[in-house]
Design a binder for this molecule. Structure first.
Ligand code: NAG
Ligand code: NAG
Ligand code: NAG
Ligand code: NAG
Ligand code: NAG
Length: 309
């Protein structure tokens, strides 16, 4: 190439090679610019701050991951395996209507009406004498209904089973599930989708109860009966005196725990007077034996379990 310069070049050829060299340089510059532009664009795309979520930020944790799949899976598990008498329920539809009840809506303004279509779709009859309420005794109450399968807590009904321990919310400005955060009472937002759901289905569960109904209370707390609990706030006020004959309270003390409240305590007298005023008979038993047995399964050597409970 070096001796190319010394090769005889006619006057006419000179401009040609000049142009060609210019063209080469031009091409080179254009290509470099192009590469720079591409690098710049790619860098910009990679470095651009993730578009912030359109959702408002709340203090509570966001919707449970895979919410829709969990709802659908639990619905099938319940209707096909747990209570096959409900096998005709349309779980796809239940999932769809559940999502519709809170998506695209203000999560501080949920209402009972939002859940009416879902409640109608998932309707279920709990037989008389089989309703079990609980307050601060969730695990023990569920251990009991797991053994006594004819009995139902709210979480043993289809809707309670589907929603147990889940959280969910949407946003009025978007049709998407908010997985980042959901409002709680701390956000001054008591009408959030989860609280309103549980209030609504608890109310319905109590309204539907009939015959003799039961409640498992926690006798190791200062107050076994708490007016602010779902049981004290919602359920007892929605029992129908014409249908519910008796409320039976079982006050359970933790094994080896303090025995602070019992049937003769003031909180239980409080409960008794509310129930009696509603013309429902009230009965109370400390450490109801069938439930006590379950506690003792975990503590077989404890004195209160060995000396004839
Ligand atoms: C649920 O509602 C439908 C329609 O209202 C009714 O036909 C059905 O008997 C109800 N099922 C139960 C289990 O209550
Ligand atoms: C409910 O329990 C009461 C009292 O034990 C009993 O008289 C009644 O027959 C029971 N009802 C049903 C449907 O089992
Ligand atoms: C009663 O409440 C205490 C404190 O919340 C809890 O540790 C205990 O498990 C509860 N007892 C029952 C029987 O649920
Ligand atoms: C909640 O509302 C109360 C009274 O309405 C107010 O004093 C408080 O500052 C509010 N808290 C928040 C977090 O907005
Ligand atoms: C309870 O029963 C009494 C007498 O039968 C009746 O006068 C009263 O209105 C009833 N109360 C309620 C809340 O149903």
């Amino acid at each position: 190439m070096a001796n190319h310069r010394f090769s005889p070049v006619s006057e006419g050829e000179q401009p040609c090679c000049d142009i060609s060299r210019k063209a080469q340089i031009c091409l080179c510059v254009v290509l470099s610019l192009l590469v720079l532009v591409i690098i710049a664009v790619v860098t910009a795309i990679l470095m651009w701050p993730r578009s912030p979520p359109n959702h408002k930020e709340w203090q509570g944790s966001g919707t449970t991951a895979h919410f829709g799949d969990i709802v659908l899976g639990r619905c099938y598990t319940y209707t096909q395996i747990v209570r096959p008498e409900l096998r005709d329920k349309d779980c796809q539809k239940i999932q769809e209507v559940f999502l519709k009840s809170f998506l695209s809506k203000d999560p501080c303004d949920a209402t009972e009406q939002d859940y009416q279509p879902l409640i109608e779709l998932a309707n279920q009859t709990v037989p008389c004498n089989k309703t079990v309420f609980w307050s601060k005794t969730k695990e023990l109450a569920h251990q009991y209904t797991r053994v006594q399968q004819a009995l139902f807590t709210l979480e043993n009904t289809l809707l309670g089973y589907i929603a147990d321990d889940l959280s969910w919310c949407g946003d009025s400005g978007s049709s998407e599930i908010n997985y980042q955060s959901c409002p709680t009472r701390r956000d001054n937002c008591s009408s959030n989708p989860v609280s309103v759901f549980w209030n609504t289905v608890s109310k319905r569960f109590a309204e539907d109860a009939c015959g003799v109904v039961h409640v498992v209370l926690n006798g190791s707390l200062n107050e076994a009966f708490d007016r602010r609990s779902t049981f004290g706030r919602v359920e007892i006020h929605n029992l129908h005196p014409k249908k519910v004959h008796t409320l039976q309270a079982w006050v359970m003390h933790d094994i080896g725990g303090v025995r602070s409240d019992s049937c003769s305590s003031s909180s239980i007298r409080d409960l008794k007077s509310i129930i009696s005023e509603r013309n429902i008979t009230f009965t109370c038993q400390n450490n109801y034996r069938p439930v006590r047995f379950l506690q003792c399964v975990k503590n077989p050597e404890h004195p209160s379990c060995t000396s004839g409970i």
